[in-house]
Ligand binder design. Sequence first.
Ligand code: GRF
Length: 193
Amino acid sequence: MLTVAVLISGAGSNLRALLEAARHPDFPARIVVVGADREADGLAHAEEFGIPTFTVPFRAFETREAWGAELAAQLDRWEPDLIVLSGLMRLLPAPVVARYSPRIINTHPAYLPEFPGAHGVRDALAAGAEQTGASIIVVDDGIDAGPILAQERVPVLPGDSEQTLHERIKPVERRLLIDVVQRIATGDLALSN
Ligand code: GRF
């Protein structure tokens, strides 16, 4: 059984989809802990499912490195086989990435390498793209530049706002994320960086 730690910063709708998938007895992975860099709303999903949580508030640390070291210490308590960044809006310090890669994956609301970074949805709209997408990648020390594990196109519709487009992307992200975690758990998908 693959053990999974999920890190979030926001609403955690993608986390919830993974929690619901992991509820099924034949799903080959289970979420052992959910962490956040702030008091994220999404932590409530973990609490509802009885999953332990931790927060390592970014603002409580003098440096990104010190924050990262505490985040790693919290993660190591659970010894997860896989770490999933699902809406974590922080770049991990290089030592943290080096410690876990390639056992650390990220969901991104764009068709990488198009529109990397914190505003992939907004950037696709600003570029006038007619289609964007969702991607699941291995986290390396670049910005959304790691090996692509899964991705799928999502249309941009006339009149789309950042929110309507993002809400169309998220269900695709969730489906891809669940499939990738399942394939990692069954050994069908090998991670490498
Ligand atoms: C997701 O689209 C994720 O790819 C991006 O932020 C969003 C998080 O949404 N980094 P939620 O917190 O899972 O609802």
